[in-house]
Design a protein around this ligand. Structure first.
Ligand code: MRU
Length: 350
């Protein structure tokens, strides 16, 4: 696949993003020219996925400081961006990093420094993705020695759409495909936002064999011996290895444990939250009820429309993430290698 994954880039004093709310139906790019636009893009999931949320917040800060880089504006931008999405810790990591870089500077120097720091976050994420891909490939090679395709399963979208490079959970899969391993990927739909459709779209573009499944089919496929390994991303990993990822991950991990299927989490160090001792401390985002009641899709005339599934009066609970206990995770694939969940303390956050 190409090295240029166009999720987000600077263009002069604006930022261009691929609007993920229109995928997989339309490839549409949006220009962000203010703090408010950047905050909306993150909150409404035009950009999504933990590492990309972090990078988008950094670029949002750069947009905010273009004409006013005072201490007051720095604090205001930080506050606005921090409140957009609660679970992905990469958002806080990126804003902390922006603060550390910009806070000590005179206001006149902050705008240029903000763009430079945001670019540094973006390129470091791409490099981390590449390293995750190679470490994951080393894990997959021995599993691929059996006859037939290596049957992988993933959940949500942790590919290039969710990062600044080739992805986290999908990076080892892209690396395996590029290395000539015979891989096939089970892609779960990921109700209610259906990020699995994004994964299927990515894999189709890259020519990686895959099959879309309903979320509920995952357990049965594992029970039937049709899955060799599960790889998912993460939004926040607590210090003890408990891992928050897209809702539905927990059930996959439970089934993987029951059927002795290796279950890997792929994530950069910036997704580890050393200040959060265990999963109980991870804030779980509750999203709008209409995400369950209404279903976006393509009408016969090619327009993207929303179809009503449930009446507006239907009570809804919509947690966007769940937490998988550390003990159910076979290993965490990060840029420094594959780490056991109980050995996270040895990693530094940079
Ligand atoms: O709500 P989303 O789509 O932002 O959630 C994304 C996920 O849960 C991903 O699995 C996670 O962020 C890892 S992205 C590389």
């Amino acid at each position: 696949m190409s090295d240029i994954c166009p999720t987000l880039r600077r263009d002069g004093d604006q930022v261009v993003i691929l609007d993920q709310t229109r995928l997989p139906y339309e490839e549409h790019y949006l220009r962000l020219d203010s703090l408010a636009c950047a905050a909306t893009a993150i909150r409404d999931m035009q950009v999504r996925g933990a590492p990309l949320i972090g990078a988008a917040a950094a670029f949002g800060m750069a947009l905010a400081l273009r004409h006013d880089a005072s201490d007051t504006q720095l604090r205001h931008a930080d506050q606005v961006l921090r409140q957009t999405r609660p679970t992905a810790v990469n958002l806080h990591w990126a804003l902390d990093r922006m603060h550390a870089a910009l806070g000590p500077l005179p206001a006149a120097a902050r705008s240029a420094a903000a763009w430079a720091e945001a670019e540094a976050i973006r390129s470091a994420d791409a490099a981390n993705n590449a390293a995750i891909g190679q470490h994951g490939l080393a894990l997959l090679r021995p599993l691929a020695s059996k006859p037939g395709p290596l049957q992988l399963m993933t959940h949500c979208n942790a590919g290039w759409l969710a990062t600044c490079g080739h992805g986290t959970a999908l990076a080892p899969i892209y690396a395996a495909h590029a290395a000539g391993l015979d891989v096939h990927v089970w892609v779960s739909e990921t109700r209610p936002r259906n990020q699995g459709l994004l994964t299927a779209w990515e894999l189709a573009r890259a020519g990686v064999p895959h099959t879309l499944i309903a979320d509920n089919a995952a357990g049965w496929l594992m029970a039937a011996g049709r899955v060799d390994c599960v790889i998912v991303g993460a939004d926040r990993i607590a210090a003890n290895g408990d891992t928050a990822n897209k809702v539905g991950t927990y059930l996959k991990a439970l089934a993987a444990r029951a059927h002795d299927v290796p279950f890997y989490v792929a994530a950069p160090h910036s997704t580890i939250d050393p200040a959060c001792p265990d999963g109980a401390g991870i804030p779980i985002e509750e999203r709008d009820a209409d995400e369950l009641r209404l279903l976006p899709g393509l009408a016969d005339d090619g327009r993207i429309v929303r179809t009503r599934l449930a009446p507006a009066s239907s009570p809804v609970c919509n947690p966007a993430f769940d937490v998988t206990p550390a003990g159910w995770v076979t290993g965490i694939i990060c840029e420094s290698g594959v780490v056991q969940p109980d050995a996270l303390a040895s990693l530094t956050r940079h």
